[in-house]
Write a protein that binds this ligand. Structure first.
Ligand code: FEO
Length: 442
């Protein structure tokens, strides 16, 4: 049985409900069963977009609850955002999208500004699913839109979504004219995937660099001048240390390339977190500093202990470091968050690692941290190792090997104590810390 629908009222207590019902209405309209004037739509929760600059709108999503990213390699204590940007011009473009579970939230925000079917370009600055997850949904709504990205992006998206999409490959210097505004593209390979690129809008001096300059920070605010600066920089540092650190040389070169191109940049709108509008130079300078390996003369002591002997050593070493006025921080694995420790290391010249010996090696709890160091390859750090043992030993040697694989220079002979440290041995620990502090101060 079929019938003509003459009146529809939409209501719901969440935007997902409203968005889903809106889709039903769209289908009914397509079938000719419903006329526009017969629809009454009551949306309880309105999802506002935010105008970043004139006719460029943030239409992303805030993920308040995500606590782990990249498969539990990055703790996101403060959640994150997936930032997508809609450019309203003679031709409409969407730059990046959101993680797939937030597709309808993004669509809802777009609907507040334009009919999604009018989108002509979907720019994919990066393949990773937190930014490309909603492309399929957008292309359902805008089936004639072109997907724009690098050659590697095309390959990556195809291998993620298997879509038969109209794709326009772009490279550095290519432009797409939208009317009053133009999108200019700048490839940024390995920042932080091979496919990555930046999009630049000269008319607005606006850079959309995707992951670069981002932070995992969920907030109801969108701009740097609206949030606590200390928290913002802390999250920006954590993001750099955990994601971009291995690519530091490329970052320096990319920033220099942008400077050589003479691009004026008033606003940097990354695809995670806060938009830098009040002082974009701040984050660029921070990136140059982190990429150069500049850190404060402080020491991070990372350890784990079986029966507190290595812990006693760590505390005595800490006192030795402090005795020369060098700031020190004691961190026991695995009680502390690995992503936070990596962030602390970004701003510490010295790293001391301690472990009891078990089965001729370090405690297994150190393994994820040591593996993280191998991958991140922090530059300009100095290190030394310490730990207790019962008979054969072996922990400090294994940790030194791991430091070598991470490219971190070991500057002092390791310090070991058999069984429980006595007073003389604790004094040696103090001196060990003091000697290491001297090297930090050099
Ligand atoms: Fe935020 Fe590389 O994705």
């Amino acid at each position: 049985m079929t019938c003509d629908i003459t009146w529809v009222r939409i209501s719901g207590d969440t935007h997902q409900h409203c968005s889903a019902l809106q889709d039903v209405i769209d289908i009914l309209k397509t079938m000719g069963r419903l006329l526009d004037q017969e629809v009454e739509c009551w949306v309880v929760v309105r999802l506002d977009s935010v105008e970043v600059v004139k006719n460029v709108f943030w239409v992303g999503a805030v993920d308040w609850n995500v606590r782990n990213f990249h498969g539990f390699t990055y703790s996101t204590h403060r959640g994150t955002t997936y930032n997508a940007y809609l450019i309203r011009d003679k031709r409409i473009a969407l730059v990046d999208s959101v993680y797939a579970p937030f597709s309808e939230e993004m669509v809802q925000r777009i609907r507040e500004i334009v009919d999604p079917s009018k989108i002509e370009y979907v720019v994919a600055n990066h393949v990773e699913t937190d930014h490309s997850g909603a492309i399929s949904r957008i292309l359902e709504l805008a089936p004639n839109a072109k997907v724009v990205g690098t050659a590697r992006c095309k390959e990556g998206l195809q291998k993620h979504y298997f879509g038969d999409w109209d794709f326009q490959v772009v490279k550095t210097g290519d432009e797409i004219n939208l009317g009053e505004k133009s999108l200019r593209f700048l490839e940024a390979p390995m920042l932080h995937w091979p496919d990555s690129m930046f999009t630049y809008i000269e008319k607005d001096a606006l850079l959309l660099p995707n992951d670069a300059f981002g932070q995992h920070l969920a907030t109801s605010k969108r701009f740097d001048d609206e949030v606590d600066e200390r928290i913002l920089m802390e999250e920006a540092a954590k993001y750099y240390a955990n994601i971009l650190w291995p690519f530091s040389q490329l970052i320096t070169r990319k920033i220099e390339e942008v400077q050589r191109m003479g691009l004026k940049i008033n606003t940097i709108a990354p695809s995670h977190g806060i938009i830098w509008r009040s002082n974009p130079t701040r984050i660029v300078e921070a990136y140059l500093k982190w990429a150069a390996g500049e850190a404060r003369k402080r020491t991070l002591i990372v350890y784990d202990t079986m029966w507190e002997s290595t812990e006693k050593m760590a505390r005595a070493i800490l006192e030795g470091v402090r005795s020369l006025g060098v700031e020190a921080m004691l961190v026991r694995l695995p009680l502390s968050d690995r992503g936070d420790i990596i962030k602390e290391l970004l701003d510490a010249k010295g790293l001391l690692i301690g472990s009891s010996t078990i089965n001729n090696g370090p405690l297994p709890t150190l393994a994820p941290f040591l593996e993280e160091l191998r991958g991140l390859k922090p530059s300009n750090k100095i290190a030394a190792t310490f730990g207790s043992y019962g008979w054969g030993g072996g922990a400090v040697k294994a940790v030194e090997d791991a430091l070598g694989r991470a490219g971190i220079q070991v500057v002092s002979p390791s310090l070991t104590v058999k069984w429980v440290p006595d007073v003389d041995e604790l004094r040696r620990c103090f001196e060990f810390g003091k000697e290491f502090a001297r090297k930090v101060l050099e």
